[in-house]
Design a protein around this ligand. Sequence first.
Ligand code: ARG
Ligand code: ZN
Length: 418
Amino acid sequence: MKTLFTLFVFLSFNKGFCTETHDQVLSITPTTQDQVDVVKNVSTQHEMALWQPASPEFIRAETDVHLFVPATSSQVVSELLLRHNVTHEVLLDNANELIEMQTKNDSTDPRSGSTFYERYHSLEDIYYWINRTTQDNPSRVKAVLIGSSFEKRPLYVLKLSVNTRSNKKAMWIDCGIHAREWISPAFCLWFVQNFLSFYGRNQDVTNILDNMDVYVLPVLNPDGYHFTWTTNRMWRKNRSFSRSSSCVGVDLNRNFDANWCTEGASHNPCSEIYCGAFPESEPETEAVANFLRSHKNSIQLYLSIHSYSQMLLFPFSCTTEQAENHDDLLEIAKEAAQKIQRHYRNHYKYGAGAKTIYLAPGGSDDWAYNLGIKYSFTFELQDRGRYGFLLPPSHISKACNEALIAVKTIAMKVIEKT
Ligand code: ARG
Ligand code: ZN
């Protein structure tokens, strides 16, 4: 009897045995205000990670909430939701396995057919890749140090340039402003590789590089990205702290000087959308802003890459007012979305940020727009919530190729128009 009891205890506490003890991602749809409050409450509990929306204050009735629930809480959470009759389904029941799959670098496994660009890479690997890329393409790629992160990691921008025409235009792409959006840095690497190997072979790539220098910042938030590889896969913000709070991190996409910290951002350092102490308080924000300020005469196009939800957004996100060239931006975004639809049969929404998702002041796209870069877009890459931030490596190539066609379409349009 005693051994039976011991066995029972062993089974119920052993993580491998029952599904309740896996990290899960739930899709929750509250319908009443009471249910909204319940969901808001759960989502702020210890160790939960809200995937969608970015912060609990945006949780509304009839809108799906995506919530990462650690194994230790899954039982309690599902009981609570059942008790309050809240509709929910399990999106992912094996989040820990997915995370493990993504961090395992299987380059040495001869059975895996995937290339370097079809896997996710640690920050160390990305620094190494930056080095290699500049060494292998000395005439076309330079690494420019634009500043350093809070934890003093270097911020390198790759400058792709094939000629030195006078009055040369330029475009900017940054990736990895939000740490957990791993497909974003993967896209920047994909983009650079594609442009370098297809210059002279693909018409659009050739045309773009003949007319524009391209600045690529592969990881805008290296401290946060490193943290997602070592400690917490769900981290979003940077890793700065001060004496005034025990909470760590500023949302770098709320830290730019565009209606800074108005509705849609938070002064609370513990919030996922904390705007920081003042605009450009963060070294990462300041480095990017300084670089763009000093190159604003050449840079005509600003692109910032996020995930997930499949959207092509443009200003404004910091106000519901329309941008002065709204129709122009709308037409360009529409054409890019149609290209994706036609070539990859995948649907992307497009529109002004505030009207398409939510008010989100202090974003880099709005700031760049106000600086005078009138073609400014934020991409939200794959997917629409099936895997969310845990997009499997096998999806990288399609996610990047469809984003690439959108980038090319937009750049071609901008060359035409400017
Ligand atoms: N999901 C992104 C964020 O919350 C959207 C960015 C859109 N642009 C903006 N300026 N907020 O940061
Ligand atoms: Zn993001």
